[in-house]
Structure formats: structure tokens, C-alpha cells
Design a protein around this ligand. Structure first.
Ligand SMILES: Cc1cc2nc3c(=O)[nH]c(=O)nc-3n(C[C@H](O)[C@H](O)[C@H](O)COP(=O)(O)OP(=O)(O)OC[C@H]3O[C@@H](n4cnc5c(N)ncnc54)[C@H](O)[C@@H]3O)c2cc1C
Length: 102
């Protein structure tokens, strides 16, 4: 659950009772960080129909957005810049229903 910039992590929970007045959303999957790893996880989660939230403390994309030439990612084409690659990953995640907050 994510509410008012606070993240609540529950482990081994069988049942959660929602307190009266709760206004947040409930997610099946919350991912911290929207670098390539977070976006990949988000894509798989959302595609598996899990209600998925990706939280980012800075700008979406992680380290790869700082490079202008990504030559060695599988499937990356010539002149694939980090920001362009990440924009495609973000679009793909969202197309399956993942939500992103930063
Ligand atoms: C200049 C440069 C060029 C590169 N070029 C290539 C290349 O050409 N080919 C290649 O394969 N790899 C390249 N890399 C490496 C590639 O960028 C990394 O392997 C990749 O970014 C790792 O992805 P990641 O999602 O694991 O982590 P990161 O990219 O580090 O993403 C982690 C994300 O999590 C966020 N985060 C961290 N803590 C929190 C928190 N507490 N709350 C919320 N968000 C949080 C961060 O802000 C960040 O956005 C390059 C890296 C750099 C720096």
C-alpha cells in the first residue's frame, strides 16, 4: 500500500483489515525503482494482471538514461539512446496497466 508518500510493507500477511477512512489503493505488486530492472518487473507483473505500482525517487529510467548510445542491450537498434529506450519501456509497462509514481 502506498499512501501519503509512505510505503507500508507487510510480510506473510494472510488478511489485511482496512481501517475506516483509508483512502489509498491496494496493489498486488509494488516495485521500488524504475530503472531497466524495475520496468522489466513491472511489465511482467502488469501483464500477469497484477495491480502494479512502480515507485521512483528520481527521474524514471535509472542509470541508462544518462547514456546517448546503448549498443549492447538485446534488441536495441542502432542509435538507441538511453532516454529513447526507457521511453519505450515505460510506454510498454503502462500499456499493460502498470502505474508509476515518483
Ligand atoms: C553512463 C552509463 C552508460 C551505460 N551504458 C550501458 C550500455 O550501453 N549498455 C548496457 O547494457 N548497460 C549500460 N549501462 C549500465 C546500465 O545503465 C545498468 O546496468 C542498468 O541501468 C541497471 O538497471 P537497474 O534497474 O538494475 O538499476 P538502475 O538503473 O540503477 O535503476 C535503479 C532505480 O531505482 C531508483 N531508486 C533507488 N532507490 C530508490 C528508492 N529508495 N525509492 C525509489 N526509487 C529508488 C533509482 O532512482 C533508479 O532510477 C550504463 C550505465 C551508465 C551509468
Amino acid at each position: 500500500m502506498y499512501q501519503n508518500n509512505k510505503i507500508f510493507i507487510y510480510k506473510n500477511v494472510k488478511k489485511i483489515t482496512i481501517k475506516e477512512g483509508f483512502i489509498g489503493d491496494i496493489y498486488d505488486l509494488i516495485i521500488i525503482g524504475s530503472g531497466p530492472a524495475g520496468l522489466s518487473a513491472g511489465l511482467y507483473g502488469a501483464r500477469a494482471k497484477l495491480k502494479t505500482l512502480i515507485l521512483e525517487k528520481g527521474k524514471a529510467g535509472g542509470q541508462i538514461v544518462t547514456t546517448h548510445d546503448v549498443a549492447n542491450y538485446p534488441g536495441s537498434v542502432e542509435n538507441a539512446s538511453g532516454p529513447k529506450l526507457i521511453a519505450r519501456m515505460v510506454e510498454q509497462c503502462k500499456s499493460f496497466g502498470a502505474e508509476m509514481k515518483s
